[in-house]
Design a protein around this ligand. Structure first.
Ligand code: FNR
Length: 378
C-alpha cells in the first residue's frame, strides 16, 4: 500500500519491482564474470529455467466472499515466531555483490530490520561472529559445507553455536562444484576466493594446519582450503557424527529422494531443506516437483524449500505444496547488488507484500488454509 500511495504522489520505487527488472539492473551493474557466477548454473542451465517454469504450471484457486481482509503470514519454526514463512537462502559470495565488500553484513542488517531469517553461508566474506551479531533479535541459521577435516568442521559448528545461530543447515549437494560452463569459460574462481574464505582463514583449527598464516601466505592457505573444502566421501556415518556434535536444530539441504528424507528423519535430523541449489549443482535435478513427496516422507518435520522462487505467488504455491517456509536466493542477491541493505529490504518487502495480496485476493486468510487443494495444474 505504501508503494501505491507513494506512486499516487508521483514517487517512483527505488528499485525494480519484478525479478526480471532486478535481474537486468543487477547485470548492468556487475562485472560480467561475477555476474555470470551469480546468475549462471549447471550445464546448459535448463535446470534453473525449469525451476521457474515449475511454478508457472500451477494456478491458485480463488475463493470469494471468504473474509480474507486480515491475513496472518506468521509461522513457527524451531520455536521461533517468524513474521512470514520466508528465509534468505545461503549465498556464499554476497561480498562480491555489494560495493563495500560487506554483503553478508548488509544481508544481516536486512534480516535484523525485517525479521526475515538469514541462513549464513560457510563461504562468507564477513566472519560468522560479526554476521551473527548484526542479526539483532532475528534468529539466524548457519549453513555448513562440511569440510573433510572433522576438527575444522567441529570448530565451525562450535563457532556458530557460540555466535548464537539457532540451527545448522548442512548442504549436501555441493561436495564438489557443478559443471558451470560460464565460470569455466571465464576462470571466475580466482576472483571469488577472497570473497568467501573468511570463515576458514579466521578459524583457529584451520589456521593450525598451515605452515604460515593466511595473511603471510594466502596462496598456501587457499590451496589448503581447496583440499579441505570438498568432502566427496561424506556418508550417513558423518551425519550421525554431526548429529551427536550439536544440540542445535540440524537441517539437511539438497536432499530430495523420499527414502533419503525418511533416513534423515530416522537419524534424528530436525528439518529437511528441499532444493536443487538454484540449478547450480546437479543438472536436471528436480526441485518443486519433489516437494510434495519430500513433505510426505518428512512426515511432520519442517520442510524448507528453495529454487526458482521469484514472486510472492511462488511463495504461496510452495506453501500450498507443503513447505513450512520458503528460501529465496538470487532475488535478494540482486537487491544486495543494487542497494546493499536497502536493496535487500526492498526486495523482501515487495515479495512479502505480493505474497500477502495474492493470498488475500484469492480468499485465504491464513497459511493453514494453503493446502494442495488450493492449487490447479495449468
Ligand atoms: C548459492 N547457494 C548456496 N547454497 C548453499 O548452501 N551455500 C552457499 O554458499 C551457496 N552459495 C550460493 C551462491 C550464489 C551466487 C547463489 C545464486 C546460490 C544456493 C542457494 O542457497 C539457493 O539454494 C538458491 O540460490 C535458490 O535458488 P534461486 O532462488 O536462486 O533460484
Amino acid at each position: 500500500i505504501g508503494l501505491y500511495l507513494a506512486g499516487l504522489g508521483g514517487e517512483l520505487p527505488a528499485y525494480p519491482l519484478t525479478f526480471a527488472g532486478l535481474e537486468a539492473a543487477a547485470q548492468a551493474k556487475m562485472e560480467h564474470r561475477l555476474w555470470d557466477y551469480v546468475a549462471g548454473g549447471a550445464g546448459d542451465e535448463h535446470t534453473q529455467r525449469a525451476n521457474v517454469a515449475a511454478f508457472e504450471r500451477w494456478g491458485i484457486l480463488p475463493r470469494m466472499l471468504s473474509g480474507a481482509a486480515e491475513r496472518d503470514l506468521s509461522v513457527e519454526l524451531f520455536g521461533h515466531r517468524l513474521p512470514a514463512p520466508v528465509l534468505m537462502a545461503p549465498i556464499g559470495v554476497l561480498g562480491v555483490m555489494t560495493d563495500d565488500g560487506h554483503g553478508d553484513l548488509a544481508a544481516a542488517a536486512a534480516s535484523a530490520s525485517s525479521g526475515i531469517p538469514m541462513i549464513a553461508s560457510t563461504l562468507m566474506q564477513d566472519p560468522l561472529e560479526e554476521v551473527a551479531a548484526a542479526l539483532g533479535d532475528t534468529p539466524g541459521f548457519f549453513q555448513l559445507y562440511t569440510p573433510n577435516d572433522r576438527e575444522v568442521a567441529e570448530s565451525l559448528v562450535r563457532r556458530a553455536e557460540a555466535a548464537g545461530f539457532r540451527g545448522i543447515v548442512v548442504t549436501l549437494d555441493t561436495w564438489t562444484l557443478g559443471f558451470r560452463p560460464r565460470d569455466l569459460q571465464h576462470a571466475t574462481f580466482p576472483q571469488l576466493r577472497g570473497a568467501c574464505l573468511a570463515n576458514y582463514f579466521s578459524d583457529p583449527v584451520f589456521r593450525s594446519r598451515l605452515a604460515a598464516s593466511p595473511e603471510d601466505d594466502p596462496g598456501a592457505a587457499t590451496l589448503h582450503w581447496a583440499m579441505t573444502f570438498g568432502n566427496p566421501t561424506l556418508t550417513w556415518d558423518d551425519l550421525a557424527w554431526l548429529r551427536d556434535l550439536t544440540d542445535l536444530p540440524l537441517l539437511l539441504k539438497g536432499i530430495g529422494h523420499p527414502d533419503d528424507v525418511r533416513r534423515a528423519k530416522d537419524e534424528g535430523v530436525d528439518g529437511i531443506y528441499c532444493s536443487n541449489h538454484g540449478g547450480r549443482q546437479a543438472a536436471s535435478a528436480p526441485a518443486l516437483e519433489l516437494l510434495p513427496a519430500v513433505v510426505d516422507a518428512a512426515d511432520g518435520l519442517p520442510v524448507l524449500f528453495d529454487s526458482g522462487v521469484r514472486s510472492g505467488a511462488d511463495v504461496i504455491k510452495a506453501l500450498a505444496l507443503g513447505a513450512t517456509a520458503v528460501g529465496i536466493g538470487r532475488p535478494y542477491g540482486y537487491g544486495a547488488v543494487l542497494g546493499g541493505t536497502a536493496g535487500i529490504e526492498f526486495v523482501l518487502s515487495c515479495l512479502l507484500a505480493e505474497a500477502d495480496l495474492t493470498m488475500g485476493l484469492n480468499g485465504y486468510a491464513g497459511i493453514a488454509e494453503l493446502t494442495r487443494e488450493v492449487l490447479l495444474r495449468c
